[in-house]
Design a binder for this molecule. Structure first.
Ligand code: ZN
Length: 172
């Protein structure tokens, strides 16, 4: 019985990933940051059918960008620590981001209170079910300003992760 239910939910997940109906409205994300060093969302999710994602970061506070600036950077979760450290060296003049770094999958510039930034990026480099995070690279902020970025739905995430798993013998 459990196996039957499990197959049914996997099938439903695959069908929902393939369904074109709900994709248009799901490719735009809005997130706010504030003077308390916080994003207003801990997780962002877009449909795996989105070829382009548009993100608007709004700084809802009043502090200037050199005091409490925020950016929105997307990367594989495994790269977050290294990117935060590299960004610190890059400095505010470079938005606390290393230029042309392939590990940065998408990013806004640093904005201050009352400002906002909208970016669009291709999802060609993203894999459904991949482990991605969004975070702020302003020094010290990523401890609090970090969240999960889900590409595809939760059911699809499990399916995709299993499908991507390769036998250990495939490693060189
Ligand atoms: Zn920040």
């Amino acid at each position: 019985m459990n196996i039957t239910l499990s197959i049914a939910s996997v099938t439903a997940a695959l069908l929902s990933l393939a369904a074109p109906a709900a994709r248009a409205a799901d490719c735009t994300l809005n997130i706010e940051a504030n003077d308390e060093m916080q994003f207003n969302q801990r997780q962002l999710q877009v449909d795996a059918g989105c070829e382009t994602v548009t993100v608007t970061l709004k700084h809802a506070g009043t502090l200037t960008r050199n005091v409490m600036g925020h950016d929105w950077v997307l990367a594989r979760t495994a790269d977050v620590g290294a990117l935060v450290n590299a960004g610190m060296s890059a400095g505010l003049a470079h938005n606390y981001q290393t230029g042309n770094d392939p590990r940065i999958l998408a990013s806004t510039p640093v904005v201050g209170g009352g400002e906002s930034s909208t970016i669009s990026f291709s999802t060609a480099k993203l894999q459904p079910g991949g482990d991605y995070s969004f975070f702020c690279t302003y020094p010290g902020h990523s401890v609090m300003m970090k969240g999960a970025f889900v590409f595809g739905d939760r059911s699809g995430r499990r399916v995709a992760t299993a499908a991507l798993a390769k036998p250990a013998t495939a490693a060189p």
